[in-house]
Ligand binder design. Structure first.
Ligand code: GLN
Length: 303
């Protein structure tokens, strides 16, 4: 299928939605991002790569990094990670403390903040230089435009009182083993990875390809693990909007408060969208609409 015409048409069509959301100003370094941005990139397993708008501009991937975090941990320790974090949708905001208290420090899934902190804690057991090794891992997914924005790291460290509370609460329950500050440092670095839509679509292709990076042939995960990551993206990738995303879009995906969303169609392609205005769930307003129109117009989804 030729995707360029579809992408161009959708890019023009969703412009009316600008002004309906807000950029993530709870992280001061993100508050100044230009809200009127829209980038789209589609990368197929056949090697077709089409893009529209601000598709090459780097942005803060934020919680999209939780997928890299999980994939790297599963690569190292396998399904053992699920002894300390669940695989159920939370139905709650991404930084909710209430549920964690009720469930005694075991996060519902790896894609809410508490879950990602536990995964980062697991990685600290195995990596000598976690921040360097995370960047190297993403680089191996055939993405060379990846780096940290240290100003975002510092900004989150200065204002991340809720994340600190989540970390301390889980430490009290024995589900964080390292120093909470060290876990937060690794977590904030992941969140502060800067990539473009083109880079993100490329780097997620292994999840459309049974765990293998197309082109290099590197196996990141077993086929079964890749299927599981996709299942968690479908059920938990959009926090308390996961059901609505599955209903409107019908793809496994992951969002971040930088305004990015990546989704995959197993066996076919990965698509990344970036537009910084967020809805009340912390998901990109234009991003969701672009993906909804994409699956409608192409007739492709996992259902
Ligand atoms: N760094 C952000 C935070 O910890 C990530 C949240 C997100 O993208 N949903 O709050």
């Amino acid at each position: 299928m030729k995707y360029q015409a579809i992408i161009d048409e959708i890019h023009a069509e969703v412009q009316y939605l600008f002004g309906r959301g807000n950029v993530a100003d709870y992280i001061p370094a993100l508050a100044g991002v230009d809200a009127r941005k829209l980038g789209i990139a589609v990368h197929t397993l056949d090697g077709e790569c089409v893009e529209a708008g601000d598709s090459r501009e780097r942005f803060s991937i934020q919680s999209i990094s939780k997928v890299f975090n999980l994939a790297l941990a599963m690569r190292i320790v396998g399904d053992e990670v699920f002894g300390r974090v669940g695989v159920e949708p939370s139905g709650n905001p991404f930084n909710s403390l209430v549920q964690l208290e009720q469930e005694k420090g075991i996060p519902r899934n790896p894609f809410i903040n508490a879950g990602a902190l536990v995964i980062a804690d697991i990685l600290l057991d195995h990596l000598d230089r976690p921040n360097e090794e995370m960047l190297a891992f993403v680089g191996k997914l055939r993405c060379d435009d990846v780096r940290y924005d240290e100003s975002v790291v510092e900004s989150e460290k200065a204002c991340g009182f809720v994340n600190k509370a989540l970390g301390n609460f889980m430490k009290a329950h024995g589900n964080i083993t390292h120093d909470v500050e060290a876990v937060l440092d690794a977590y904030y670095h992941q969140c502060a990875i800067e990539m473009s839509c083109v880079g993100l679509a490329t780097s997620f292709l292994f999840l459309a390809n049974g765990g293998v990076v197309p082109g290099t042939g590197m196996r990141v995960l077993t086929a079964s693990q890749a299927k599981r990551v996709n299942a968690i993206m479908l059920t938990c990738g959009f926090y308390d909007e996961a059901g609505s995303f599955a209903y409107h879009v019908g793809l496994p995906g992951k969002s971040g408060v930088g305004g990015g969303i990546v989704a995959v169609i197993p066996g076919l392609l990965a698509i990344a969208v970036w537009s910084p205005e967020l809805n009340r769930y912390g998901n990109s307003v234009l991003g969701i609409k672009v993906l909804e129109l994409f699956t409608t117009r192409t007739g492709k989804s996992v259902f």
